[in-house]
Ligand binder design. Sequence first.
Ligand code: BGP
Length: 494
Amino acid sequence: MAKFPKTFLWGGATAANQYEGGYAEGGKGLSTSDVMTNGEHTIPRRITWKKKDGTEGYTASTFGGYFNIPEDAEPCLLDGYYYPSHTATDFYGHYKEDIALMAEMGFRCFRMSIQWPRIYPNGDDEQPSEEGLQFYDNVFDECKKYGIEPLVTLSHYETPLGLSIKYNGWADRRVIDFFVRYIKTVFKRYDGKVKYYLTFNEINAIGMMPYMGGGVIHDSDQVRADAGHHQFLASALTVKEAHENYPDLKIGMMLAYQPVYGYTADPKDQLLALKRMDETCFYSDVQMLGRYPNYVLEEYARKGIKLPFEEGDLELLKEYPCDFLSFSCYGSQTVTTHEDAIEGSGNMFPGSVKNPYLQTNAWGWATDPEVLRIALNQLFNRYHKPLWVVENGIGWADVKEEDGSVHDTYRIDYLRENIKSMRDAVNLDGIPLMGYTMWGCIDLVSAGTGEMRKRYGFVYVDRDDKGEGTLARSRKDSFFWYKKCIASDGEDLD
Ligand code: BGP
């Protein structure tokens, strides 16, 4: 029977802004996520702000559209709103218990993020916060106790809010220096404790939702191109710092990836699918191949967008591509030029349609049993570098029984198909895959909607959309299933 190698890094993934809580503990500054309210399936999350004259308001964070708050406003916390990141599911207070639960499942790896404003509260501070650094020391020590390898995202939708207000986030080139200061601090402090880092979570977010991806509050096509370029440079400088001073470190890029299918055999549909894939692969082409692809240079020229190249930028990108490519992949997208005939797919991917061969969850995300094999083949054949599936899973409004159990057969079914498809990519196609971290392994807040009810975990957390609940943890059926899967190196998926 097919298995994964013993060295395969099985585990789960989280992000501090959705999981950690303790938003004002230990001198932490606000992140961009801390001023985002909750939303719902069809109601977007809002960013609250105040103008100089005292007027208060909010701007909705929509997927795809431009994001601009009023010129004279600053994002801030306001009374009367609920901000789910503030407590989230309180990893800050439960990290020992949670890491013990991960160890019980047999995790070999735990993906988490360091919140930049926990280390540099305003982003541009001269000195880091010792209390912030100590918290992650404690977390890594706890992981070490169980032989769990941390996989650390350096920026997961957590730009220090101070950088948004003062610099319009990553739109300003000076932010690169602040980021480099931050990563140098982190590399030095956790030398010997952390081996794998990811630079920017879903780096393509900067082109689709630049507030979340890069703290941009005054948006345009030009600003997105600037901010993207600055993140590319920051990533290259991160690789440079690692390669020059910490040769054991491996630095990955992180891409939000969904294979795109043309709905019909009409070549127009196939071309549309190809171009959609290019929109995503632009980011990995730069970070893995070390150069801007022609299709983007041409598109920018047509639109009058000028890339803010300075001397040495292109050489830097060329010299320091990432060591491996990690990606999130929940399902596929289907597109067509024949849209009049076809039902929409829900709220997640504007411009995509329902695939008649696939089922979707309550949020409109399609479950695709072949998706990981397809994604892994596409990405490996384009970049020829090791890959890592760092997000995959299914959001569901789980129902907890009185005894704390959750019978999440739908999650087990989803994972079984996805792991099988990944196993085929490894065993039948020879894809070098480093690991698999299931998204939201302990229930946490949804990034897209800010909801608690959209749960992904193996472990249920008692917390609801109003911020009520005891935060108590309990094991779902999928907990025992995943434990068995890991113990058998991915052979036993029954
Ligand atoms: C990815 C993000 C995660 C995560 C996940 C699930 O885009 O990297 O932060 O949240 O998607 O999305 P959601 O939480 O909206 O269901």
